[in-house]
Design a protein around this ligand. Structure first.
Ligand code: PMP
Length: 368
């Protein structure tokens, strides 16, 4: 008798599902969510709008999510200064699903996706689960340096000649934004790869960091993916989106499941986008808390990596896995991203940040 393990697709055999721990702890700073609740004004709007759609849930939602696309285009245009139309926008249930749509449409069996490690762990997972061969590119010849070396990225692009390339800016888990010139150079190094710039954390970038949205004109293979999960403090709503050429978004309609964005999701996301400044009100505070986390870690003799995101990758631990456990024993859940001597910590509220630094101080001093 064959077991289900024998029957499952060969590339899934023995794999483990994505699994950041969801533990009930006093300070959960492991998944780069916002620690701030959705503002009451927006909660009220959501409640009114969901009540309105509730009676029509007998009908399928707007399959082309027109109003939502318009609001997302307006947000991108306002914040990047680049003209963006509704036709250039695609959205799905979290940017993970957006990324999956890209791989489903442009990757697949016999095709290759290239990323520059360490980067977001779902890029290889989404590629592999959809039959695409993943190539783990190098960020720099020196693995202790986390910025992407442009020459090396261009060389690897030419050598592997992939169908899809993932860049991430600011990069998860290292935190730093990518020099936009690298995006330009990687794009020019290939005439066939879809170049995806994952900008999930872009709203937290330090001043002077342009979005790759500004590079979209004239580059029909360039895609910029975004999410409402981070700066918008809306991870539970599951709304990710991208901007690209209208011809590109049109092709994604071939792979999405019909009516993939529910009426409730569309109503909730539109309500939030109508209150953009309220939703984004805590971004400056989070940036301050992040910078305090960097300063606090430096004071403790640790080596935080400069961050443009809502988290900090902190180096300098003798045994990162043991430190992760010691912090958890103190009620602080951080992320062990598998980089030796490093842990990733989300900037939470000032009180959470204080608790994190207290726990780090105790753990690095070796207190019981
Ligand atoms: N991209 C990056 C770089 C991320 O870190 C995350 C979330 N951790 C995502 C995409 C996916 O976010 P979501 O599906 O919630 O939009």
């Amino acid at each position: 008798m064959k077991s289900l393990q024998d029957l499952v697709r060969p590339e899934l055999r023995g794999q483990t599902p994505y699994g950041a721990p969801q533990l009930d702890v006093p300070v959960a700073v492991n998944t780069n969510e916002s620690s701030y609740a959705v503002p009451q004004e927006v909660v009220d709007q959501i409640t009114r709008d969901v009540t309105k759609v509730a009676a029509s849930l007998n009908r399928y939602p707007d399959r082309e999510f027109g109003r939502l696309r318009g609001l997302l285009a307006a947000y991108l245009q306002r914040t990047t200064g680049e003209p963006v139309t509704a036709e250039q926008i695609w959205a799905a249930n979290g940017s993970n699903e957006v990324l999956q749509h890209i791989v489903q449409a442009f990757g697949g069996a016999g095709r290759t996706a290239l990323g520059f490690t360490p980067s977001y762990s779902m890029h290889p997972l989404i590629s592999g689960r959809n039959g695409t061969t993943w190539v783990d590119g190098l960020r720099d010849a020196d693995p202790t340096r986390f910025d992407i070396d442009g020459d090396l990225a261009v060389e690897q692009t030419k050598r592997h000649d992939p169908e899809v390339i993932f860049l991430c800016s600011p990069n998860n888990p290292t935190g730093t934004a990518l020099d936009i010139d690298v995006v330009r150079r990687v794009y020019d190094a290939t005439d066939r790869a879809i170049v995806v710039v994952d900008e999930a954390y872009t709203e937290f970038a330090r001043p002077g960091t342009p979005s790759a949205v500004t590079l979209l004109p004239g580059r029909e293979r360039l895609v910029v993916s975004r999410t409402m999960s981070k700066a918008f403090a809306f991870a539970g709503a599951r709304l990710g989106y991208l901007a690209a050429a209208p011809e590109f978004t049109d092709l994604l309609r071939l792979v999405r499941l019909p009516y993939h964005l529910s009426s409730v999701t569309q109503a909730v996301a539109c309500a939030a986008l109508e209150h953009t400044s309220t939703m984004l009100a805590m971004v400056e505070q989070i940036k301050t808390t992040r910078d305090e986390l960097v300063a606090g870690c430096t004071e403790l003799g640790l080596q935080p990596v400069p961050s443009d995101a809502n988290f900090v990758l902190v180096g300098g631990f003798d045994d990162a896995t043991a430190t992760w456990q010691a912090l958890l024993d103190r009620g602080v859940l951080v992320r062990d991203v598998g980089i030796p001597h490093h842990l990733r910590i989300t900037a939470g509220t000032p009180a959470e940040n204080h608790a994190v630094l207290q726990a780090l101080s105790a753990v690095t001093r070796g207190d019981d």
